[in-house]
Write a protein that binds this ligand. Sequence first.
Ligand code: NDP
Length: 320
Amino acid sequence: MAEEKIILVTGGTGLVGKAIEKIVKEEEKRDDETWIFVSSKEADLSNLESTQQLFSKYKPTHVIHLAAMVGGLFHNMSHNLDFFRVNMKINDNVLDTSYKQGVKKVVSCLSTCIFPDKTTYPIDETMVHNGPPHPSNFGYSHAKRMLDVLNKAYYQQHGVTYTSVIPCNVFGPHDNYNLESSHVIPGLIRKLYDTIEKGGDEFKVLGTGKPLRQFIYSLDLARLFIWVLREYDSVEPIILSVDEKDEVTIAEVAEAIANAFQFKGRITFDTNAADGQLKKTASNRKLRELRGPGFEFTPFQQAVQESVAWFRENHSVARL
Ligand code: NDP
């Protein structure tokens, strides 16, 4: 008989957590798996005692660790200390408690934005620690890199498979639309929504529009996360990203959002605002090799369309 799994998803109420919940319910249900999605309201994971209580309550055999202090470029630039300290505490508490309470497997979450600033492209999984991250988000980046250090040390000292995935930029339903702390896609969706509400005809985008980014739809990431939990057995991180050819400029992102809203006004660029890294192209070769043929990413325009539709329908409950 298959072993019963109790899978605890920390950060289970955020963008990625909600997507995993939907895919588990609608596509990937299995009788031998019980999934539990928790938010900070149930336990503050930056506090060790709360973390221990949460784990004692649910007794997970597996953990998907998503909980983190997360923000876009402008939030990161002004709060590097907070991003470092809070995320270091959360990660240490979650892995320490997982180990002490006998969790068999933990899949934590890094990000392609933590890679070295000066690097060769495409970036791959072997380059996480090769040089300093971009100065704009060094606090978040170093805290995330330490997850990989912890995973390797737990494996070396205790032989447990605590691993990590490295997603590119994520977007989708249940994103954070707060103008101060959002990532670029939800930030622009919110901005254009507000512009249209006010009858405006100018969609103002911060920066030059030139930076290149890879974006993964949260539901695609969710499918890959579930595959990693079930099938991927290495401690080494794995990049979960769309293909290199699917990289888009911020200007193309703005156009896709304008299309989804059927906005007919002007798109303008505030070239005085920061751009962040010009590109951070990541290779998904390892994923493509291990996952095999057949995995298709949702086309970008369709995913943006669905995300905009979600925001319009759920404006009253969205994180603004
Ligand atoms: P969200 O901001 O949407 O969600 C964050 C989640 O973490 C929420 O459930 C939140 O709970 C929880 N959380 C935050 N602080 C604490 C805390 N102190 N204790 C317990 N729970 C906490 O994040 P995403 O879904 O976007 O991100 C999920 C993971 O993916 C993160 O690790 C992030 O670094 C990573 N990632 C995200 C990318 C992106 O583009 N969004 C790109 C690459 C990686 P509550 O709802 O109660 O606040």
